[in-house]
Design a protein around this ligand. Structure first.
Ligand code: AMP
Ligand code: GLY
Length: 430
């Protein structure tokens, strides 16, 4: 089989790495890919994975490439092309593609849609309201004493959420998003949720239009600095499993969210084939969904895929073709930890083009994989090319050993300005 993977981050490197292990695969392209992806090869025949210089949002050129090269399956990593309707476009041209169509991708593309859907279908979530009028929004925020999450409706690079602790702050947040247009058109409508307290976890489920297969738990670390301080980022590290739920509890949390979600999708004619990824707060009064994503998490994927024992190509085909009911997802008993090494300044402005050394040494470490997120090749050297640069990942029989291995690998890798959190998975070991 020939595969085309779309995207260029750590998630896509993990997808390419896992897909390349499938005995079904003979050729693979990634658009646009990165330096790590360009270094992967296909296990069956040793062929190199080919990076193609087409951006993940350039739907017209992606379609043209696919029409010329006829991949048997295209796998979409990021949210933007999904929201722009790449799945509908490829399907219209008779190309098999994995990911939710545009209607289904609304769970991530519109927070207002997702929130109203949760209310309509009884999915446990925060007390909330959806607003297009700033005055009505402020009134609702005041009714929550200003303890709110104020969210721009549309996609805003994961940054469109402001957490507030007083009526004054909440009013400012509403002004910033709706009047000041801090997140552009994404903020024409907003969702306001009550501020929830508890442990936040990531859930993923693979869906085929009617069935949803739940993954084990994982936990991201969204703030830039140790102790969950600093600014929000795309995610500074993950681990799986997260020990805050037993298997039985995970199943019941999954059921409480996914059963009404599936019923709602059926009732509203939403054919969801892909990953649904609810961000969940485990509160004193039960689990509550903060938001939905309609794709694999980044860097959650980096800790899920080393644990997945199935052939990922087979699973994605079953998802596209509506055949997941009989599939059994198998996970290794290992724990897995991913520590993100970021550019100096990230999540603010940062330089690019810093030479990365030590990757060859890290590559020799056992049960360790360095996934590239923002890297490029320049004059034969691997250089930084993004905010999140590497996802240094290791697995072992328990979380403590996996964490030690991941940090040992971080120690051998260097680039100017590199920073990373020292407390990934620390909550789980406390
Ligand atoms: P979101 O993009 O909706 O996941 O929000 C980004 C981050 O803001 C989440 O990962 C949470 O850490 C935090 N957050 C979002 N909504 C709430 C809420 N209702 N209560 C507390 N924290 C929240
Ligand atoms: N791990 C955060 C995200 O993928 O949105």
């Amino acid at each position: 089989m020939k595969l085309l993977v779309i995207g260029s981050g750590g998630r896509e490197h993990a997808l390419v790495w896992k897909l390349a292990q499938s005995p079904l695969v003979t050729r693979m392209w990634c658009a646009p890919g990165n330096a790590g992806i360009a270094g992967e090869s296909i296990q069956k025949n040793g062929a190199a994975v080919e990076c193609v210089a087409i951006g993940a949002e350039d739907l017209a050129r992606l379609l043209k490439f696919a029409q010329e090269h006829r991949p048997d399956l295209t796998v979409v990593g990021p949210d933007n092309p999904l929201a722009a309707g790449i799945v509908d476009l490829f399907q219209k041209h008779g190309l098999k593609i994995w990911g939710p169509n545009q209607k289904a991708a609304q769970f991530e593309a519109s927070k207002a849609f997702a929130q109203d859907f949760m209310v309509r279908h009884g999915i446990p979530t925060a007390k909330s309201g959806t607003f297009s009028d700033p005055e009505a929004a402020k009134k609702f925020a005041a009714s929550l004493d200003g303890r709110c999450a104020v969210k721009a409706d549309g996609l805003a690079l994961g940054k469109g959420v402001l957490l507030t602790a007083s009526v004054r702050e909440a009013e400012q947040a509403v002004e910033e998003i709706m009047v000041g247009k801090a997140f552009g058109a994404a903020g024409q409508r907003i969702v306001i949720q009550e501020l929830l307290e508890g442990m936040e976890i990531s859930l993923h489920a693979l869906c085929d239009g009617t069935v949803a297969k739940l993954f084990p738990t994982s936990q991201d670390h969204k703030r830039a600095l140790d102790g969950d301080a600093g600014l929000n980022t795309g995610g500074m590290g993950t681990y799986s499993p997260a020990p805050f739920l037993s298997d039985a509890e995970l199943k019941s949390v999954g059921d409480a969210i996914l059963q009404p979600w599936l019923r709602g999708c059926a009732a509203e004619g939403i054919d969801f084939r892909g990953i649904i990824y609810p961000g969940v707060m485990l509160t004193k009064s039960g689990p509550k969904v903060l938001e939905f994503n309609a794709r694999f998490g980044d860097p959650e994927t980096q800790v899920y895929l080393p644990r997945l024992e199935n052939d990922l190509v087979e699973l994605l085909l079953a998802s596209v073709e509506g055949r997941l009911a009989n599939a059994e997802l198998k996970w290794s008993a290992n724990a897995c930890v991913c520590v993100v090494m970021a550019s100096g300044g990230y999540p603010g402005n940062y330089p690019k083009g810093k030479v990365i050394t030590g990757l060859d040494v890290a590559a020799k470490l056992p049960d360790t994989k360095v996934f590239h997120a923002g890297t490029a090749l320049k004059d034969g050297q691997v250089v930084t090319n993004g905010g999140r640069v590497l996802g240094v990942t290791a697995w072992a029989k328990d979380l403590k050993s996996a964490r030690a291995s991941a940090y040992a690998a971080v120690e051998v890798i260097h680039f100017e300005g590199a920073h990373w959190r020292r407390d990934i998975a620390a909550k789980a070991l406390r």
